[in-house]
Design a protein around this ligand. Structure first.
Ligand code: TRP
Length: 431
């Protein structure tokens, strides 16, 4: 079974609403339960600094989003669940990617361009009030994704461009320094873009048209009451097309429930009754989670512990991977650098590990001696990190490590153990 790595983050700049739940929290929790999926979910608090300069709001939002994810059934045993700012490797990788990202590419980012267009529409300077943080947003996001070599990134349509940029960064880096990154793909949740808010436009913090995921039962009822409807009287048939109330209902209801609602629209249900049905349907899903949410919010220390444990798990991947990337770009111990200051001659006098990716998506390596003779051939690894770890073991432990690696690495026929041992010894000084 091949494992797909999912990764997604939520910016900690507000209180989760139904749009976040339907578009991000619910599908990510569902995906995390699949046996063939490995999930990395995180609180994007570095991203929040770009938009929010109220420290208390960032802290509160981080607590609320973490509690929401957990209350909605995310199991931190299964998922690597962490806070972005607990992973110092992410800002370090951001810098590496900054250095392979074209400034022109960043100039074309939608969010930055929209801010420039807005300035240009008035008399002020084009970059007035635009922080370098906003400009660099896509690179930080690229680092989030590439740090864990995620295959699939569930996001809304508005994030597709960021995913394309992350792919671009992966290619540029790989081109310069060898195959280290898997170009990620966006996983588009169709309903994200379409869950309307109470005014019929996309539900969004910035339009102030959202319904909070966790408020009290009464507040939920009041929010539903504000959903805009038309003046059709009870008894008059009502269209479902473009009706916010109907679309929100549909995002929670089963197919047969949706059909029943469609029928009652056709037969002239009153708006008040339709809102009552929506309220009850939402309450059925959210009510039990609300209790868990409230208990979690009352105990921030326990959430803190969950996040710190998640950071340990995340860094078990990030720290060795970052060490490999530092080495790849030339940030190395000075003694080790001797062989590679002029990398071309070094290549011809030393054996090398060559890493590559096959079309089936698996990662391989081989060891060839200085004359190009193949000595070791690996089997497929799920990630470049796993392949990198195996190489690191061979470099550090030498030929002895092979005994415990029979599952993953084959000595090639005709290459004597002695030759392999010698090659690994030559390489030992370079690791
Ligand atoms: N930019 C995303 C948003 O607005 C949040 C985010 C940050 C993210 N880093 C990410 C999403 C990495 C997916 C992957 O909502």
């Amino acid at each position: 079974m091949s494992i797909t790595r999912f990764l997604t983050g939520i910016t900690t700049s507000g209180t989760p609403h139904l749009g976040n739940y339907v578009g991000s929290i619910r599908p990510s929790v569902r995906a995390s339960m699949r046996a063939d999926v490995e999930s990395f979910y995180f609180l994007a608090d570095y991203h929040a600094l770009i938009k929010v300069d109220e420290p208390a709001r960032i802290q509160r939002s981080t607590l609320e989003i973490a509690a929401s994810w957990l209350a909605c059934g995310l199991d931190p045993q299964r998922v690597t669940f962490y806070r972005q700012s607990d992973i110092p490797e992410i800002p370090e990788l951001t810098w590496f990617l900054t250095c392979v990202s074209g400034k022109g590419m960043l100039n074309r980012a939608h969010a930055y361009k929209a801010a420039v267009d807005k300035n240009n529409a008035t008399a002020v300077d084009a970059d007035s009030d635009i922080s370098a943080g906003l400009f660099m947003y896509p690179v930080l996001m690229g680092a989030d994704i590439l740090m864990f070599n995620a295959h699939r990134v569930p996001v809304g349509r508005d994030q597709i461009q960021h995913l394309e940029m992350a792919r671009d960064m992966a290619h540029s880096f790989n081109h310069r320094y060898g195959e280290h990154f898997v170009p990620p793909e966006a996983e588009i949740e169709e309903s994200v873009a379409t869950l309307p808010g109470v005014d019929g436009r996309k539900m969004s913090k910035s339009y102030d048209n959202h319904i909070a995921l966790f408020s009290t039962r009464e507040q939920l009822r009041r929010s539903i009451a504000t959903i805009v409807t038309d003046s059709r009287a009870p008894g008059e048939p009502k269209p479902t097309e473009g009706c916010a109330l109907f679309q929100i209902y549909q995002a929670f209801a089963s197919e047969s429930e949706t059909e029943a609602m469609r029928a009652s629209f056709a037969s002239g249900v009153s708006w008040a009754d339709a809102k009552q049905v929506l309220f009850e349907r939402l309450e059925r899903e959210i009510g039990p989670m609300r209790q868990r949410y409230e208990a979690l919010i009352r105990d921030p220390d326990s959430i803190e512990q969950v996040l710190l444990a998640g950071a340990v798990k995340a860094r078990a991947v990030a720290t060795p991977f970052m060490a490999r990337l530092r080495n790849a770009v030339g940030l190395r111990k000075l003694g080790a650098a001797e062989h590679s200051i002029t990398s071309k001659p070094a290549r011809s006098t030393l054996p090398v590990f060559k890493q590559y990716r096959e079309r089936d998506g698996q990662f391989f390596f081989k060891l060839v001696d200085a004359q190009g003779k193949l000595l070791l051939q690996s089997r497929g690894f799920a990630s470049p990190q796993d392949a990198g770890l195996a190489i690191a073991r061979l470099q550090h432990e030498g030929v002895g490590a092979l005994d415990s690696m029979v599952e993953n690495v084959d000595a090639v026929d005709g290459a004597a153990a002695q030759e392999v041992g010698k090659a690994l010894q030559q390489l030992a000084g370079t690791a």
